[in-house]
Ligand binder design. Structure first.
Ligand code: OAD
Length: 258
């Protein structure tokens, strides 16, 4: 069932939320859109509409031009630091406080869930706030962030103190595997959940996009929150066609009125 905002929050979804024992919230770039962080696939404003993933988000791209790739990720890190969590991030942190058995799984590489107070977030695609050596994989501290608004075309990556290799951003690039421990925890939480909230993702990137279907196969109910249609809508019990920053607070307020 698809419901367009402003809506009366579907009463059965409110019941499902209130009675959920193990909830999974699964987020994508749309959750950070209202904070001003660009999504990836939205036409014109999406990151991949403006930049080539092949030139910036693969190991080959880094090997070919580390200074360009490092500058781009450092610019993104500074951009995220200049933003703040929005009502969707805060609502998800509030949800975890209500449902201690819940788990938050994100594809986002920003830190806005954490800044809203969420803990134990499973970052499937890594983080802009981590770095490691491209050669020996040893984790390394990041340098001070760029000034807000700085957009250098090129920036030399710092060198690894152990082997001298260039540092790379701690994100998962195309063609790379997800961090195995994070993926295992995400799969386990998904397989065990009774309600799966899929929020602000196009659900096109695998293997992350497999999680909602896994939840449904294991008997969980699925709710999708996204202003645009997604491939998951047919399998969902509820589709809330609304920005996450409006839908999530409305859902929480309906489930737990003050
Ligand atoms: P996408 O850019 O593919 O999808 C963003 C989704 O958010 C779209 O379906 C939008 O309709 C929706 N959206 C936009 N504004 C919204 C709002 N205010 N509230 C709710 N939804 C909104 O981003 P992801 O699905 O996160 O990979 O992309 C998945 C992965 O592809 C990313 O993690 C990234 C990218 O390549 C890596 O970095 C490895």
């Amino acid at each position: 069932m698809s419901t367009t905002f402003p809506f009366p929050v579907p009463p059965l979804l409110v019941d499902a939320l209130r009675s959920a024992r193990r909830l999974v919230a699964f987020t994508g770039a749309g959750v950070s859109a209202e904070s001003g962080v660009a999504t990836f696939r939205d036409a014109q404003t999406g990151i991949w509409a403006r930049f080539s993933p092949e030139a910036l988000a693969t190991p080959d791209a880094f090997a070919a031009d580390p200074e360009r790739v490092w500058a781009w990720y450092e610019t993104r890190r500074a951009g995220v630091l200049a933003t703040a969590p929005n009502p969707a991030h805060h609502a998800l942190a509030g949800l975890a406080a209500r449902l201690p058995e819940s788990r938050l799984i994100t594809q986002n590489v920003d830190d806005l869930h954490e800044r809203a107070g969420s803990t134990g977030v499973l970052h499937l695609h890594g983080s802009l706030f981590a770095a490691r050596c491209f050669d020996c994989a040893r984790p390394a501290p990041l340098p001070p962030p760029l000034a807000a608004g700085a957009q250098p075309d090129r920036l030399a990556p710092p060198r690894c103190t152990a082997c001298g290799g260039p540092l790379r951003p701690g994100v998962v690039w195309f063609g790379e595997s997800l961090p195995a421990d994070v993926w295992a925890a995400a799969e386990a939480a998904t397989a065990a959940c009774d309600l799966f909230l899929c929020i602000g993702t196009s659900a096109l990137v695998w293997p992350a996009a497999e999680l909602p279907s896994l939840a449904v196969r294991r008997g969980a109910r699925l709710a999708v929150i996204n202003p645009a249609p997604t491939p998951l809508d047919r399998a969902a019990g509820w589709c809330l066609a609304a920005p996450a920053g409006q839908a999530l607070p409305a859902l929480l307020a309906a489930a737990w009125p003050e």
